[in-house]
Ligand binder design. Sequence first.
Ligand SMILES: O=c1ccn([C@@H]2O[C@@H]3COP(=O)(O)O[C@H]3[C@H]2O)c(=O)[nH]1
Ligand SMILES: [Zn+2]
Ligand SMILES: [Zn+2]
Length: 245
Amino acid sequence: MTLKLQMLGTGSAFAKNYYNNNALFHDGDFTLLIDCGITAPMALHQLDLTFDDLDALLITHIHADHVGGMEELAFIMKMKYNRKIPLYIAEALVEPIWEHSLKGGLYQQGHISSLEDVFDVRPLKPGVKADISSGISVELIHTQHIPGKDSYSLYLNDRIFYSADMVFDPALLHKLVNERDCEFILHECQLQGPGEVHTTLDELLSLPEEIQERTYLMHYSDDVEAFIGKTGTMEFVEQQRVYEL
Ligand SMILES: O=c1ccn([C@@H]2O[C@@H]3COP(=O)(O)O[C@H]3[C@H]2O)c(=O)[nH]1
Ligand SMILES: [Zn+2]
Ligand SMILES: [Zn+2]
């Protein structure tokens, strides 16, 4: 089945010309939001969508450009739409996302005292495929980002790799393409400077042709236009554009 991808945003954490790197995957009339950053509420609004148009949320890791919109989502879902949206998240992040990111804003004595009070929490085990809808499956892949901070990339429908924020991992990309029939790689990309906690454009340019030709770049900084034509066979993903994968 054809899956549609529409990025709510394609910007890096501190980009100002692009919304946060959050994605909508559409399978028929089912809509999955991947990450819900600070800008997600406004980015949805720009597409004439509301939180009620979402069928599920999946979180890759706990940074504000990936979870900063969750407080608004949770309050609106509870107060306006009176429903709990399924929240797919690595089991290791269930406690930290509540204790370290959401509890401060969402806690209300007698009403909201746990993540389960506002979300239909669906913990995921890395390496174990889960069906999210009839046409969307996901397997979490634990990838490295910042020491001590768990971060999970995604393998969707056994053919689409969606990177979380991660340092360059060429062995993983080779394995996905050569052993697991990966057709599309949506990869975060830091355009300049040393990678440290991200994957740089120069690192991605070192990949062989057979990997680059299926790689699309996202999570980029405001100076992206200076890099158009300098990305080998890789293309930048455009926010709000609909892609069929
Ligand atoms: O050791 C560190 C920790 C953080 N940062 C910045 O903070 C940002 C947090 O969101 P992000 O993961 O999308 O991107 C990160 C980087 O821009 C960094 O450059 N080095
Ligand atoms: Zn990020
Ligand atoms: Zn991050």
